[in-house]
Design a protein around this ligand. Structure first.
Ligand code: CA
Length: 229
């Protein structure tokens, strides 16, 4: 199983546009959830915790700008990158002026290639391992593109699950992950795995990371889960 792919939420009221986006995003290997309006969008933001939102400006009732404001006002969701789609460049200027907190803007009609490039730029920042980047923490290096891990310059041998687990931890050093969050990210949301399974794999990961000596870098957070560093 590959590293859980980034989940993209598409908020667009026009069905044809939505389908084009879904097709292209899935072709790029992303998982896609879709909303037609603001209420659906806010529900999916809470339920799916998407890695990125492609948000149309022109929506019925609640505008894209308002959704953007709400997402960026909530500490639990403000780190989710938002790319706004706008029909006219004047709107983009207005959006910029309003400083809604959108991370990027694309003017319709847009080139799919350009939109995907902008999307990857955002995700390289927030989901670097899933985008094949090279990550480092202390003396550990994880090369997601080459699928290799080194500690103190020496190659380590990790099973596929331990590799995904380490990728997840290395994307956010210091973040405390609950077992449920790790299961969602490492195994995927649709698969039922007992939370104790995660403890087994953390044990294996620690052993692999300490194979050539060195401290245990994966901290157990009592009553919660795990953190790197
Ligand atoms: Ca629209």
């Amino acid at each position: 199983m590959a590293q859980a792919q980034p989940c993209v939420l598409v908020v667009e009221d026009e069905g044809a546009q939505r389908e084009v986006l879904k097709y292209n995003l899935e072709s790029e290997g992303f998982s896609v959830v879709m909303a037609e309006n603001g209420d659906e969008a806010m529900l999916l933001v809470a339920e799916e915790q998407p890695d990125l939102i492609v948000l149309d400006w022109m929506l019925p009732n609640v505008s894209g700008i308002e959704i953007c404001r709400r997402v960026k006002a909530d500490p639990a969701t403000r780190q989710i990158p938002i790319i706004m789609l706008s029909a006219r460049s004047e709107e983009v200027d207005r959006v910029r002026g309003l400083e809604t907190g959108a991370d990027d803007y694309v003017v319709k009609p847009y080139s799919v290639v350009e939109l995907m490039a902008r999307l990857r730029t955002q995700l390289r920042r927030t989901r670097p391992a899933s985008m094949g980047e090279r990550l480092s923490f202390s003396d550990i290096i994880l090369d997601a593109g080459e699928h290799r891990v080194f500690r103190g310059g020496l190659p380590l041998h990790l099973g596929p699950t331990e590799f995904r687990l380490l990728s997840t931890l290395m994307e956010k050093p210091g973040r405390v992950w609950t077992r449920e969050q790790l299961l969602d990210r490492v195994w995927g949301r649709d698969i039922y795995v007992d939370t104790r399974t995660i403890d087994v794999h953390v044990g294996r990961l620690r052993k692999a990371l300490m194979a050539n000596g060195g401290d245990n870098p994966v901290r157990t957070v009592r009553g919660t889960g795990y953190a790197l560093g």
